[in-house]
Design a protein around this ligand. Structure first.
Ligand code: NAD
Ligand code: IPM
Ligand code: MN
Length: 378
């Protein structure tokens, strides 16, 4: 059987809680097939790595990630290593993304199940039929336009971050958005989000997106929105943004959390960070390892209680199988199992949801149900 090496980075807060459920799912997938074998290894990353080694991304962890076929991460950060700490977890995540060249962050935000309509804080008629994919540029813009420690020094009364984008950085993320749009039948519309009325980097963004698409993908429909008005549309009439939302790093960070109100919880949404457009790896081409993580953070307010929703992480594991290992069948099976568990009242009605979705079952119990349904599908 083909053997794949998967590095698991549980991280901090609820990270280990949600990752352990996704690991159970991957182990089941691996033991159910004689065609491939998933070799999982866990490494220190984030705040827990700071406590152990003094740095959030120890060299051994980075090396393991570089040599892996794919990386599954939980979340990092927390009050113990807060914004005033000298050494913080978040720069470790930025360094991991940057070192692996993972410039394309793909965050699908749709209502995975009609039964979630009950939980969205939006009117069901507003949330129903929303199907958008945020394509967020991940290794440029304000997150990396820094000098010294983001311009902050104890004796200086000014701090700064710069939004810097080059033509080639905008071109490559535009091409990823285009390829995702074209993979759908019919092709998806592209909504590019910027702040071109104020920011020079956004005016470059808009020009390059427009030129790249009209030259290379003239068949695709494109419109532009200013980020302030797009933020309003995501909650007022999100269907107007159905398709691909193409945007820069910080806008994509904010808008993707906001888009999670559509399905009803931040805990539901997965993500993939890739060094190019998603495409099944071929025998002679091994892509840079992709990084897969839920879009949420370490949720310090509920950490340790065993009530976090593991679905975003489990769906991230499905994206890992699909995009980094080319294993479409088990990826689909996981998505089907999650949907079934959310959809089937006989499995326990309202009880089959974690607290973020108004239910009362814990992280492991939800994992149990998903595993049970998955067993019957695989
Ligand atoms: P958060 O995403 O951790 O939590 C926001 C809210 O959503 C909280 O009320 C939390 O309880 C809830 N929530 C999040 N995930 C949930 C889940 N799976 N199930 C149920 N409820 C869930 O955001 P925050 O509190 O602003 O940030 C906490 C820490 O996480 C910070 O240190 C931040 O830097 C870090 N963070 C890390 C990542 C990452 O590792 N990729 C992403 C975002 C934030
Ligand atoms: C995310 C997180 C990260 C980001 C932080 C923790 C660096 O919010 O993955 O969405 O801003 O990219
Ligand atoms: Mn975020």
């Amino acid at each position: 059987p083909r053997s794949f090496r998967i590095v698991v980075l549980p991280g901090d807060g609820i990270g280990p809680e949600v990752v352990s459920q996704a690991v159970r799912v991957l182990e089941l997938v691996s033991s159910s097939s004689s065609d491939f074998d998933l070799k999982l290894e866990t490494h220190d990353f984030g705040g827990c790595a700071i406590d152990k080694t003094g740095e959030p991304l120890p060299p051994t962890t980075l090396k393991a990630c570089q040599e892996a076929d794919a990386i599954l991460m939980g979340s990092i950060g927390g009050p113990k290593w807060g914004v005033d700490a000298k050494i913080r977890p978040e720069p470790g995540l930025l360094a991991l993304r940057k070192t692996l060249g993972l410039y394309a962050n793909i965050r699908p935000a749709n209502l995975a199940s009609e039964s979630l309509l009950e939980y969205t804080p939006l009117k069901p008629s507003v949330a129903q039929g929303v199907d958008m994919i945020v394509v967020r540029e991940l290794i440029g813009g304000l997150y990396f336009g820094t000098r010294k420690e983001q311009g902050v020094e104890p004796d200086v009364d000014t701090a700064w971050d710069s939004m810097i984008y080059s033509v080639s950085e905008v071109q490559r993320i535009t091409r990823v958005a285009a390829q995702i749009a074209l993979a759908a039948d019919p092709p998806l519309e592209i909504h590019s989000i910027d702040k071109a009325n104020v920011l020079a980097a956004s005016r470059l963004w808009r020009k390059v997106v427009t030129e790249t698409l009209s030259k290379e993908y003239p068949q695709l429909k494109l419109d532009h929105h200013l980020v302030d008005s797009a933020a309003m549309l995501i909650v007022a009439s999100p269907k107007r943004l159905n398709g691909v939302i193409l945007t820069e790093n910080l806008f994509g960070d904010i808008l993707s959390d906001q888009s999670s109100v559509i399905p009803g919880s931040l805990g539901l949404l997965p993500s993939a960070s890739l060094a190019g457009a998603p495409s099944a790896p071929s025998a002679d081409f091994k892509p840079t390892p992709g990084l897969y993580e839920p879009i949420h953070g370490s949720a310090p307010d509920i950490a340790g209680k065993g009530i976090a929703n593991p679905i975003g992480t489990i769906l991230s594991a499905a994206m890992l199988l699909r995009y980094s290992l080319g294993l479409e069948a088990p990826a689909k099976a996981i998505e089907t199992a999650v949907r079934k568990v959310l959809d089937t009242p006989e499995l326990g009605g309202h009880g089959l949801r974690t607290a973020d979705l108004g239910g009362s079952i814990g992280t492991t119990e939800l994992g149990d149900h998903i595993i049970e349904v998955l067993k019957s599908i695989l």
